[in-house]
Structures are given as C-alpha cells and as structure tokens.
Design a protein around this ligand. Structure first.
Ligand SMILES: [Zn+2]
Length: 196
C-alpha cells in the first residue's frame, strides 16, 4: 500500500510504498519531527529521490541505499548549489548515492512496478516514477495537481519542463502523487495550457 505524508511546510511530500520491499519516495528536509517519526516508523529498503533539492533529500535516512536520477546524482553526493541547500541547510554535505537511475529503469516489488521516467525541466535530473498497471505516478516537482515546478533554479529549463509534461499527458494516469500539495486526479493538458 501507499502511505502519504502531505506536507504543509517547507518539506516535500513523502510517500512510502510498503510491499514486499518498502520504498521511500523523497524524505523532506529532515527537520520536522512529525515527518521524521513518519519515516522512522517504516523499515525502509530503498530511498528514491525525485530530484536533488534539499526539501526532498535533507531527510534521507542513514544506512539505507539512495537512488536518484543520474543527472542529479553528483549534486546530491557533493551537496552542490543545485541542491539549493543554502535555502534551509547551510551545513549540508551531501549523501552517497547507491543507484543512478536512468530512463526505463524499474523499481519492482511484489505488487508495484515503478518505471523511471527522466523528466527534466525542474532540474536536469528530475525523474517521475510511473506504475502503468496501477495508473499512478509519483511526479516530484515536475507536476502538481494545479501547477508545475519552478524552472528558475539551477539547471531548471522551461522548454524541457514543457516537453516532459507533454510526455506525461500521453500516459494513462488516474492518480498523481506530487512533490508538494495534495495528491489526486490531474488534467495535465489543462495545466500545460495554463502555464505555458
Ligand atoms: Zn524541487
């Protein structure tokens, strides 16, 4: 099953896919007690970060392998300015990355098959995780229910984001689990029209 922690603060949303393996998707800043408790209540086998921003990676648990899109991986390891760490955590030194995810990679548990879609635009290494059979997507900051991620941060690119969203619009998706705001249904074509 999918556990959702919808954040109303600086943290990203955090999702746990609990199945034969337990996958944590994004981890917030690491600075919010209730969210830390939420994360530590699971035995996490793998962390997947949708991109390298500090509000998604700061709370990555220790001693659990971390996976992230290959084009954001060095930045997460080195804690570069692309993580926008200075926004919240001037002391951020980065985390070791165990798996650099590419387009088409899959993360599989007994009942879920999460396919990695490389969806640049918010950051160059942003990924979404799409389960075609369940028609769900974890969209990070590429797509929100009512909007899109910023493109004015390091490695952001408006044209790339539009292209990524057009790609998502072609998929069958019944529920979006975004990086911020509520989860739910989403009319991606309408969002593209509204924002570009
Ligand atoms: Zn972000």
């Amino acid at each position: 099953m999918i556990h959702e922690y919808i954040s109303y603060s600086f943290d990203s949303n955090v999702y746990v896919v609990e199945d034969s393996k337990t996958i944590l998707i994004d981890a917030g800043t690491g600075m919010t007690d209730s969210l830390r408790r939420f994360i530590t209540s699971f035995k996490i086998d793998l962390v997947v970060n949708t991109h390298c921003h500090i509000d998604h990676v700061g709370g990555d648990p220790e001693n659990v392998p971390i996976a992230i899109g290959e084009k954001d991986a060095d930045d997460l390891e080195k804690g570069t300015e692309k993580t926008v760490y200075d926004f919240l955590m001037p002391f951020f030194k980065g985390f070791k990355v165990s798996k650099r995810l590419k387009e088409g990679d899959t993360i599989e548990t007994e009942n879920y098959r999460l396919e990695v879609l490389h969806t640049p635009g918010h950051t160059e290494g942003s990924i979404c995780l799409y389960d075609e059979a369940k028609k769900i997507i974890f969209s990070g900051d590429t797509l929100f229910i009512d909007g899109i991620g910023r493109t004015d941060l390091p490695s952001g690119d408006e044209k790339e984001l539009k292209r990524s969203l057009e790609r998502l619009a072609d998929l069958e998706i019944e529920k979006v689990y975004p990086g911020h705001g509520e989860s739910g249904e989403c009319d991606i074509n309408r969002i593209i029209e509204m924002w570009f």
